[in-house]
Write a protein that binds this ligand. Structure first.
Ligand code: ADP
Length: 485
């Protein structure tokens, strides 16, 4: 199959979150299964700076309000062809792909991602001079939502899959954006892109793609309810026959404790004792008391409400009375950053907070922490709990979305069945979180059981190959089905 995969970020070229990991991993995994895959990304300045001379111009393209160059390169470390949409007015600027230096969305985001979408449509219809037509276009999140909407206007079009990585981000713009972008009036309807008087980019994907996926089966069910649907539950219920969940994989080469260059001491399921040395190293690095005794709790991720940081902050004064240590790495809401840093300053030997993005430290936390805490309010898939399982840092998670699909709670029943590999709780409350950590803390008193849980987690298959096979089956089914017109 020929697949055009469109995303606004892809590791290692550009990544702000889970989407970047998926878009950097799934296309090469599909290619490894024998499919012909092209990845389409914006040519952000940071991407071009990184690639230097490793890009060449494939073609020039005139869109209705922009001229773009399509550059060709390979995704570093793979043989996957990447096409970059070079539109300097849109993408040649410093910093984050979506936000300006003040953390606000770039004011021209609608225009920027409309240019990405129009380029994708031109490629999909073989009007870009690339001499290549995909059988299927796979788009992701609101930044690419206009692609299915615009392709719906074409008489002939490839099959389309749209993946929701996080429904909370919808790409909403004021109503005048319909005209600013010269979108056909037909799209300005509540059955198309209109959402409460605004233009919703994500609705383009939700309404017009042939099939919708989310990144875990549980999240696919959850988003059809008012609690998780972000106001779009009605739209999603209407598409429920064409909505399914496929769990993300993880990059098992980058995230392998046996070969991880970021770890002072590498280990596998047979040498778990070496984790102690990593723990001592991390304690020293972060200025914590160096001791194997306290249960070291790690957290890595965006410090935003979605991740339950407010619940953690409320629970911490209580938890810091226990023999626990916390290492928290992340950035996000300035209020959360400040509160966490203040608490850490008050308890320097018990709690360390590193504000910022630090890939190497994230690896060291996974390779050292006894447990990894993820009390998310919602979690479409979540990658960190899978890294944790693979690294033997037992996850303590709220049972939602992908967390519910990947972590098996250490109840007596699942322990006996030898499937337990972590701890989970359901209400998003301090009580429930504290209780789950308490269970972990008690379980740690039985080192043998603890190792069984670690080894069970480490034996799970979270490879991209497994996910890619599931996507390939879905693509094949869509291509077999008769055209929906
Ligand atoms: P989300 O996509 O909602 O941010 P995920 O758990 O799905 O959450 O993916 C987050 C990815 O970003 C993971 O690979 C995680 O390790 C990484 N990450 C997030 N924040 C940081 C940080 N401050 N430093 C290093 N890695 C981070």
């Amino acid at each position: 199959m020929k697949i055009l995969y469109v995303a606004s970020e892809a590791y290692p070229l550009v990544k702000t979150g889970g989407l970047g990991d998926v878009a950097g991993s799934l296309p090469p995994a599909l290619q490894a299964l024998g499919h012909e895959v092209r990845l389409l990304l914006p040519a952000y300045r940071s991407v071009l700076d990184r690639l230097g001379a490793q890009v060449h111009t494939r073609t020039h393209l005139g869109l209705h309000d922009a001229r773009v160059r399509i550059l060709e390169t390979e995704l570093p470390g793979t043989a996957l062809t990447v096409w970059l949409v070079d539109a300097p007015a849109c993408f040649d600027r410093p910093g984050n792909p979506y936000l300006d230096a003040h953390g606000q969305p770039w004011p021209d985001n609608a225009h920027r991602f409309a240019v990405l979408a129009r380029t994708a449509v031109a490629i999909a219809r073989d009007r870009a001079g690339l001499d290549w037509t995909p059988d299927l276009v796979h788009t992701n999140d609101w930044q690419t939502g206009l692609v299915p909407a615009l392709l719906s206007l074409e008489s002939e079009r490839p099959r389309q899959v749209f993946t929701i990585h996080n429904l909370a981000y919808q790409g909403l713009f004021p109503a005048h954006t319909f005209r600013d972008l010269a979108l056909p009036p037909f799209l300005e309807s509540m059955h198309a892109l209109e959402f409460h008087g605004q233009l919703s980019f994500i609705k383009g994907g939700l309404v017009f793609a042939d099939h919708l996926t989310t990144v875990s089966p549980t999240y696919a069910r959850e988003i059809q309810t008012p609690e998780y649907g972000c106001g779009l539950e009605g739209v999603l219920q209407a598409r429920s026959a064409h909505l399914s969940g496929i769990l993300n994989g993880i990059d098992t080469r980058t995230w392998d404790p046996a070969t991880d260059p970021h770890l002072p001491h590498r280990y596998d399921a047979r040498s778990l004792d070496l984790r102690r040395r990593n723990k001592a190293h991390l304690q020293r690095e972060m200025g914590l008391e160096v001791s194997p005794r306290p249960m070291l709790v790690g957290m890595v991720g965006r410090l935003v409400e979605q991740k339950g940081i407010d619940v953690v902050l409320e629970a911490l004064p209580r938890l810091l009375q226990w023999p626990l240590q916390f290492v928290i790495l992340g950035s996000g809401d300035p209020g959360f950053e400040r509160s966490l840093s203040r608490l850490a300053a008050k308890h320097p030997h018990r709690m360390a907070v590193h504000i910022g993005y630090d890939e190497a430290l994230a690896h060291r936390i996974e390779g050292s922490a006894d447990v990894f805490l993820m009390p998310s309010r919602f979690e479409p898939c979540g990658l960190n709990q899978m890294y944790s399982l693979r690294y033997g840092a037992l996850p303590v998670v709220r049972a939602t979305g992908g967390l519910a699909d990947t972590v098996v709670d250490a109840t007596p029943e699942w322990i006996t069945a030898r499937t337990a590999d972590g701890f989970s709780f359901t209400p998003p409350t301090v009580e429930a979180l504290v209780h789950a950590l308490d269970r972990a803390h008690c379980t740690r008193r039985s080192p043998k059981l603890w190792q069984v849980l670690q080894r069970t987690g480490m034996a799970q298959d979270f490879s991209w190959e497994r996910s890619a096979r599931a996507y390939a089956r879905l693509y094949a089914r869509l291509l077999d089905a008769s055209p929906s017109g």
